[in-house]
Design a protein around this ligand. Sequence first.
Ligand code: MG
Ligand code: ZN
Length: 225
Amino acid sequence: MKIVAAKKILKFNDRLAAENRAAFDAAGAFCVNVVGSPGSGKTTLLEALFAAGKGRLRPAVIEGDIAGAVDAQRMENIDVPVVQINTEGACHLDAAMVASAVGELDLGATGFLMIENVGNLVCTAGFDLGEHLRLIVLSTSEGDDKVVKYPAIFQGSHALVITKSDLCPYLNFDPQRLIDDFHRLVPQAPAFQVAALRGDGVQDLAEWLLEKQTGRQGAALPEKK
Ligand code: MG
Ligand code: ZN
């Protein structure tokens, strides 16, 4: 019988992630790992973000889903280069999957490589993909207690994006509670409140990402742990 410790698998993943990051750096592509539950609005956020940063972001997308290419089709519809990864059951992306998907993209022509992870608040937290920055997306309908319940995914993120903020009046959701809980874990990280279908708040997020990209090119962004 062979037993492979989970720790070893994660070490292997970290090595591949570092190689991914080096490749992104060499090509000048800034990589963002977008994590959040199914239905939190990750794809809609990307669509709104690309509209807000039109002509400045030069985006490409890797879509992670268990099956199907629904989100990749949405990216094609707005002329964004995209690769769909079907994990066939796996509930997160890992660095090896990203490495093989990247080969299908022109990294040199990419300003922002956005990776939409499989919808999941749990084990996506444990896998570095080689990104420079991780965005945690949480919609108002998911409840304001999620930082307390799923701390790891928030702890490892560089910014919080609260989506569907226009639904707040109809929900028992206190954005400040969520933001306060988030800041207890990651004090310096910004929190954005957006209503992506209407475009509210998306410009601020686009400008912040562009700032971080510039900082990275000056090697100012701290390495992820
Ligand atoms: Mg999606
Ligand atoms: Zn998983």
